[in-house]
Design a protein around this ligand. Structure first.
Ligand code: AMP
Length: 401
């Protein structure tokens, strides 16, 4: 392993990590979970693909990171890249300075579940590795190229100008990577009009023109848009007043229901938020599971059709994420709702693509359809390296002048 970047994604009680080197096959990755509890542990893959499982009772973020780095022995990173969900109006990855950390803090009201956890992680790595350059890579940054008519809500103007109420979009790292890789494979690197469908536990769609995001399904928060594992996606905003007036629910209960109890989980009457379980249940005749899948595919197709309005020309579509990469069934069902765009799925080819394989699945006429496995960690590592390189160059120029 030559140069390597430690990519960190901190949640409130978990840390996803990956040590990404230039040679992809050397990747070390895993998850520290249940932090702060007796059950805290690290589970992952270490050097040479060996499994790692370690109990770290009551470890906090800092202790977990310290343990982790201790285990990496000779594989010390040259830089750390933090995935940060909300970067406000930041348009690119940034070297972590007190000003940038303050910016992440200021964006907390826009991502109250995510940004405070990222700040805990940043605080811990700053104390543990003060000598390493550290970079924040924002999920929102890729979508900062959206035009105002895509990012503004039809709400009173002061909510935007004084309170930053606008559409931001998320999953930017994945949409950026997949559209870049996909358009490269299609022979039109970063050119033309493409749609991406990132379908995982959280899901979103994006329209990309000449390599830039021009619209996306998520908005002020990651709740807007298509159906997700436990998130509702779009609902009539009057649902808040309806539930408050008729059921006496307060705002916290409504918010929890929309974020944690809806989506596939809600539609399937609490059967599961996991698409695999729902497909199995549907095959066995479970009607709620069947409907949940149908709503998922229909609303996804509707979102893609709507986003096509953002593109002067439609060259094709990329599927990605746990569902998009693995489920030929969901891809086929979704494409069945989009025949009028000229999409023609190659059913046989579609059925062969699963488990991290990339490939083209259309019949060769009309817009292209591809499966492109996402690589958010790889993209974060690449952006981190670029920011660090750039900072080094600027530094040497300053000392030279
Ligand atoms: P992610 O958040 O990207 O890890 O994706 C998680 C989602 O991918 C879950 O809903 C899984 O059920 C789904 N998934 C993974 N493998 C398959 C598969 N073979 N068929 C259908 N869904 C899958």
């Amino acid at each position: 392993m030559s140069t390597s970047v430690l990519v960190i994604n901190c949640g409130s009680s978990s840390i996803k990590y990956a040590l990404v080197s230039e040679r992809r096959e050397d990747r070390i990755y895993g998850l520290a979970e249940n932090l702060g509890s007796a059950d805290a542990r690290i589970k992952g893959i270490t050097v040479g693909g060996a499994p790692l499982e370690l109990s770290i009772p009551y470890a906090d973020h800092e202790k977990a990171l310290e343990t982790l780095l201790g285990r990496l022995a000779n594989y010390k990173p040259q830089a750390i890249g933090h995935r940060v969900v909300h970067g406000g109006t930041s348009t690119k990855a940034e070297l972590l300075t007190p000003e940038i950390i303050e910016k992440i803090r200021e964006a907390t009201p826009l991502a109250p579940l995510h940004n405070p956890a990222h700040l805990v992680g940043i605080d811990a790595t700053m104390r543990l590795f003060p000598e390493l350059p550290q970079v924040a890579v924002f999920d929102t940054a890729f979508h900062q190229t959206m035009p105002a008519h895509a990012y503004r809500y039809a709400l009173p103007k002061f909510l935007y100008t004084e309170h930053n109420v606008r559409r931001y979009g998320f999953h930017g790292t994945s949409h950026a990577y997949v559209s870049e890789r996909g358009s490269e494979l299609a022979g039109s690197f970063k050119q033309g009009g493409w749609l991406t469908a990132h379908l995982g536990n959280g899901s979103s769609t994006c329209a990309i023109w000449n390599g830039e995001s021009v619209d996306t399904s998520m908005g002020l928060t990651p709740l807007e848009g298509i159906v997700m594992g436990t998130r509702s996606g779009d609902v009539d905003p009057s649902i808040h007043s309806f539930l408050a007036s008729n059921l006496g629910w307060d705002i916290f209960k409504i918010d929890k229901m929309l974020n944690k109890e809806s989506g596939l989980l809600g539609l399937s009457d609490n059967l599961s938020n996991d698409m695999r379980t729902l497909i199995e249940a549907s095959e066995q005749g479970n009607e709620d599971a069947t409907l949940a899948i149908e709503v998922f595919c229909y609303r996804l197709a509707k979102s893609l059709a709507a986003l096509s309005c953002a593109l002067p020309r439609l060259d094709g579509l990329f599927f990605t994420g746990g569902i998009g990469e693995n489920s030929a069934y969901i891809r086929e069902k979704t494409m069945a709702y989009l025949p009028h765009f000229g999409f023609k799925l190659n059913i046989e080819q579609n059925n062969t693509l699963k488990r991290g394989t990339e490939g083209r699945i259309d019949q060769g006429t009309g817009p292209q359809i591809w499966v492109i496995p996402t690589d958010e960690e790889g993209r974060i590592a690449k952006e981190t390296e670029q920011v660090v390189e750039h900072a080094k160059k600027s530094e040497s120029m300053v000392s030279f002048t």
